[in-house]
Write a protein that binds this ligand. Structure first.
Ligand SMILES: [Zn+2]
Length: 106
């Protein structure tokens, strides 16, 4: 059973959502991507579980993405180097106040 890497709380199966599940029966390999929200500390964790024959590996990464965020970002197109450059150029041109620019008018 998987435990929360933050508070060690034992996850119940209902708080875990499988995002991706691939398997290759021929090679006896499988990989599962699971998102879990901890009921105790409310931390979100992604588990990448790999099965390679008798070997099982699991990598947990703490994330600030909720399950909904995770679904949204997985569906989003991959950023290209040009996207990063475009943002870089815009920031270079920007002469204002960053804090003010990102503030929402509330
Ligand atoms: Zn926890």
């Amino acid at each position: 059973m998987l435990r929360c890497p933050i508070c060690n709380y034992k996850y119940d199966i209902n708080s875990m959502k499988v995002l991706e599940n691939t398997h290759n029966e021929l090679l006896g390999e499988a990989s599962i991507l699971v998102h879990s929200d901890c009921k105790k500390c409310h931390g979100s964790v992604m588990f990448s579980i790999g099965v390679y024959g008798p070997e099982v590996t699991s990598i947990a990464s703490v994330t600030d993405l909720t399950l909904e965020d995770t679904k949204r970002f997985r569906a989003a197109p991959v950023l290209s180097a040009n996207d990063v450059l475009a943002v870089h150029k815009e920031i270079k041109k920007f002469k204002g106040d960053f804090v003010k620019a990102f503030q929402t008018n509330s």
